[in-house]
Design a binder for this molecule. Sequence first.
Ligand code: IMP
Length: 214
Amino acid sequence: MSGGPPGGAGARLVLATRNAHKVGELRAILGGVLGGSVEVLALDDPSLPPVADVVETGVTFAANALLKARAVAAATGLVSVADDSGIAVDVLGGSPGVFSARWAGRHGDDAANLALLLAQLADVPDEHRGAEFVCAAALVAPGSGLERVEHGRLRGVLERAPRGEGGFGYDPVLRPEGYEVTCAQLPPGGKDAISHRGRAFRALAPAVLEALGR
Ligand code: IMP
């Protein structure tokens, strides 16, 4: 399958994720920096061939993001971007880290992951509850072989109980530094402006534009 000429009308970009929350955040973030002339496709777009799930064998966010972006670029022939992200807790030495999505054992069980993390930190006093969301944003352009990874971070404090209905994953327990509310209580645009994902993908945007010939 061909992505069409880079830079032509109809430049297309694939998001290498099946996580609907991430797709929503990435569309908003990338739409803001790429403008409306780039079509941002999700992996389940009917115009794309089926893409097999990638086993995240990397031990860093960057390695896993590159694994996902390379697999999707190879399968679709299109410029692909991938996110690998998670939460790094200070007193846990940066864990759950790349295991954030499967911390309680089953991949993607957000409620169980969050409950386990809160239980593990139950005795940790407020002054030692620092943590950060980390995102590696990877770009792979199949034609030119261009590959790029950028990181973004959002530091905050872990609450003792979930607050808020927005977002996903650990959003209800991370209160960003300088804020009174958790990430799950921020409006979507408010989270994107300060989030690890927003920072990483805004840093990646010039390379994305270059890969698309813009
Ligand atoms: P991934 O899909 O392998 O990158 O796993 C990311 C995991 O990290 C998710 O399942 C969430 O638990 C967590 N995570 C990543 N980004 C966020 C975020 O913006 N808010 C809350 N949790 C996040």
